[in-house]
Ligand binder design. Sequence first.
Ligand code: GL2
Length: 835
Amino acid sequence: VEASIPEPLREAWRKHSAAEFTSKDEFEREFVRHIETTLARSLYNCDELAAYSGTALAFRDRLIIEWNRTQQRQTFTDQKRVYYLSLEFLMGRALDNAMLNVGMKDVARDGLADLGFRIEDAISQEHDAALGNGGLGRLAACFLDSMATLNYPAWGYGLRYRYGIFKQEIVNGYQMEIPDYWLDNNPWEFPRHDITVDIQFYGHVRKYQDEDGKVCHSWEAGETVQAVAYDVPIPGYRTKTTNNLRLWSSKASSGEFDFQKFNAGDYESAVADQQTAETISAVLYPNDNLERGKELRLKQQYFWCAASLYDIVRRFKKTNRAWSEFPDQVAIQLNDTHPTLAIVELQRILIDVEGLEWDEAWRIVIGTFGYTNHTVLPEALEKWSVPLMQNLLPRHLQIIYDINLFFLQSVEKRFPNDRDMLSRVSIIEESHPKMVRMAHIAIIGSHKVNGVAELHSDLIKTTIFKDFVEIYGPDRFTNVTNGITPRRWLHQANPALSALIAEKLGGYEFLTDLTLLDKLEAFVDDKKFRQEWAHIKANNKLRLARLIKDVTGYSVNPNSLFDVQVKRIHEYKRQQLNIFGVIHRYLSLKAMTPEERKKVVPRVSIFGGKAAPGYWMAKSIIYLINSVAAVVNKDDEIGDLLKVIFIEDYNVSKAEIICPASDISEHISTAGTEASGTSNMKFVLNGGLIIGTCDGANIEITREIGEQNIFLFGNLAEDVEDLRHRHFYGGFQLDPQLKRVFETIKEGTFGDPSSFNSLISSIEEHGDYYLVSDDFNSYIATHEMVDKEFQNQEEWLAKSITSVARMGFFSMDRVTNEYADSIWNVEPLDIADEA
Ligand code: GL2
């Protein structure tokens, strides 16, 4: 059925087409209308949550109007589009961002005040959209913001999890996980019940010959599940572009089968089928940098890839172009190996459904895909067992075997008689059971593979993907160093600093061209500017101190040095190094005379982050931090000199309060393990200094801001292998200061020492894989330097300002443009001359 209204009738539509509010008065009218009609409430019955909803709905209407226009514009100009496939989108809250991007936050503030509300109270009612674990998911969210801001025709594709990352509660020092049901009162999504795709699973492959005698394959499903589209508008900053994030939700297909069961009185089993189908998009897997090979996860991956590709192919087919033009119209970026099945699925559609020859189809596939690697940690590299894949996706496994066959044949031609090479690069690992190596498919099926920081991109070329560099040459591999969006991470999180910068630079252009920050360096010696800078930091610390009081009950002195480590809890990120350092500090303080203590810089050590629910070691680290806090924070002899804080349920909206408030933050992973890190960038952009190892993006941050402005310590990536070896074979000696820390723990100073056995023995007895002992001495020494330099506040301020001025490189806009140029070959849409 043609859904488009014929031209003679369109005039009536145009006359009544929705219009945006443009004044405070109009905002108030929209707000009240939504409260009274959409929400069916009134001025006698309007709490802060309703005020949030009314404001969000008013802004949502504006976004929808721009969103529709953007989609029409993109269809009309018919340029190449980017599709960003990610299992995680860690969006955080949307309202504040929407208000700032549209440029109407002040209007809303005044309007809400007229109607009896504080805008901050409304904003804080919103539930975080937490469809991600950590940096990888947040990077996807920054991409969406930047692609819209730069007017790229871009879509995100993901899963609409009913439960996002769990909420963390700390009970008696332990992490507890609470389900995160986030969909109540979510005005930002639009169900598209008319956009559905049936997704197949299980079944078998039927081989047949077509009329021309060609051998064909047809996958006859054992089960189908329906994918329903939910769309989320993504507004760009001060632009008309509002892009789309499409999230798929799973639902039972309304097939006859269920009906038969239902009519036969087998109601329970009909409902059970429905629940099984809905389970697919029910919950985000809560592991960061770890893959567990669970069947449901593979189902999620295929469900999402197949639905997204169906959608992309459908859109392409509407243009009636030849298949060979597909890569000129479509770029698909794979956020890690999670969407690798999209490569196989596109090949399947092209050969099984569209009837293309293998080689032609495969050229199209390679031209379409790009793959981003985010980790070298072996436990995070995805492998799926062949029997599992055979059962769930029988046709895909055949295609994978064919991809592998043709690939290995070409390798053998170039490297004859190198059987080891063949077994190393094969997609199939010859283990029991055999495993499918997803990263190998991703490399073989993409035209570009990138790492996310220079060191990381070098490491993948020289370690895990070395053979592929030999096979394809270095050109298939590239680096695009990560970035962050300055809209959320400076302007929204730190409005006072953003305003001060705007005042000095004569406007907010730096928010869309972050390199303009370099003009700030001219003001480093400006006394008044320095004072204002310091004043803003002090206020941000007060704001964090209030949050700390709210969530932990502890009062901290805002004049202390705020030392922050917030990120997922992981042995490689080394929160254990930090808390052992805190214990060392505590022991040093205890050993001091009152006179000596007077010279000490008071410190608050702030931690935050979630542990994967099944990650015992990470949970022990959280317990140790809280056990140390319980002892130190009530030690009157120490008082304000040291406080230890664990902020529970670290998430995007808490990060927006924490990042602007740090004096120093910790990015202290074992060298070579953190691919990039992105919170390091957030802290520096907000005027905090960092202490870090020579790892990930810390290295490039150092290059940009200057090594006098960062506290680097520890061993280098190139030495890690030797050091690890020495723990087993070459007279390793536990660092004596760390030994003293361990003795204190073992004496029971922080409660029953058996709780911490495995933490200590992993270092003392089991090889200290993350080199905590090897780096301990330089870590402590570097913290002593931090203390010393913090006492010279003028110098500290100069470092802070200089660093911010030099952070332009880390804008997500630079990142997006680099992907567009070197991987996607996509141009932004020219929207300048439109009304
Ligand atoms: C990660 C890396 O660990 C992290 O260093 C990097 O900054 C982000 C984004 O590129 O990707 N890889 C990964 O699996 N997770 C990450 O955060 N979860």
